[in-house]
Write a protein that binds this ligand. Structure first.
Ligand code: NCD
Length: 309
């Protein structure tokens, strides 16, 4: 099993062994950053970080990861500054950029778009979010966070709350956790339910799934994963207006459920978690965001064939 040259496009492509290997390397990266700050593992590499959709955490943590590995980034930070604006296809852009760099990280709005690039180029491609499709690096940093917060990934009851239809993070998280014997509670308004192929895919894998619209059901889990209603994916503004604010987790709600529940959110939050939750010891979302650097270092090093041993 080698990661060298491999694309990271979805978590469906990763088996349990792959995931455990990635998490092991992530822990090594975290330890190495604490002692050395900046490593020289990828000092002869250049990485393209192409973000054609808004991002703070994913883009900045990838760029930080590139620097901490000793590599150099080239960056597109918004669609307007790339030739996508002129009508260039993803495949053409990929072919061009692949001639400049050793690895491509791409976020863009088209579901399956990262695969279009990966199919067109020889360098490894990492999907930083493909529209309402998948967000595999987020899911892997979520697993790393859960492992650190709970001490295990095995046999956990995990509730995902909010926009499960358009929220790519929960799609990737479902596939990534499935090999660890979880139980899922999918909590969403009717219009924003988890896509049926994912629900049936989980059941086929033997994962018990409960679908509900009531957040109370989610509060008894081991982990609650809140998500933002994905405003940019709605075609009807009226529908967004009606659904925004569907779920707001506040301190009173947390205290009414499993008090040691680990509270996660991929961020950015709008109003899904009240700020009075932030100071609770089990509010893990900012720690979760920080873990993204180590996870992304691990993935970059693995696909470039230079992981710490
Ligand atoms: C998420 C995304 O972009 O899908 N953000 C992130 O990468 N941390 C979640 C979101 O935007 O709601």
């Amino acid at each position: 099993m080698s990661f060298t040259g491999r694309d990271i496009l979805t978590t469906e492509d990763l088996n349990k062994e792959d995931i455990l290997e990635i998490l092991k390397v992530t822990a090594k990266m975290e330890a190495a950053v604490h002692t050395e700050r900046v490593l020289s593992l990828l000092s002869d590499r250049i990485v393209a970080v192409l973000f054609l959709e808004p991002s703070t955490r994913t883009r900045l943590s990838f760029v930080t990861a590139v620097h901490r590995l000793g590599a150099k980034p080239i960056i597109v930070a918004d669609a307007k500054s790339s030739s996508a604006q002129k009508g260039e296809s993803l495949a053409d852009m990929g072919r061009t950029v692949a001639g400049y760099v050793d690895c491509i990280v791409i976020r863009q709005p088209q579901k399956g778009g990262a695969k279009v690039i990966a199919d067109a180029v020889d360098v490894p491609v990492i999907n930083g979010g493909d529209g309402a499709g998948q967000h595999p690096t987020q899911a892997l940093l979520d697993l790393y966070t859960i492992q650190k917060e709970k001490g295990t990934l095995e046999g956990l009851k995990v509730a995902m709350v909010g926009d499960l239809k358009f929220g790519r993070t929960v799609h990737s998280l479902s596939y990534a956790l499935a090999p660890f014997g979880p139980e899922f509670i999918y909590c969403a308004p009717d219009e924003l339910k988890m896509p049926e192929p994912i629900v049936s895919g989980m059941r086929q894998r033997g994962v018990p799934v409960t679908e509900t619209a009531a957040i109370d059901d989610a509060l008894q889990a081991d982990v609650i994963y809140m998500t933002r209603i994905q405003k940019e994916r709605f075609t009807e503004a009226e529908q967004y207006e009606r659904l925004k604010g569907s779920y707001v987790l506040n301190r009173g709600l947390v205290e009414s459920g499993n008090r040691s529940i680990v509270i996660m959110h991929p961020l950015p939050r709008v109003d899904e978690i009240a700020v009075d939750v932030d100071e609770l010891a089990n509010a893990a979302y900012f720690r979760q965001a920080h873990n993204g650097v180590y996870l992304r270092m691990a993935l970059l090093a693995l696909v470039c064939g230079e992981a710490l041993v």
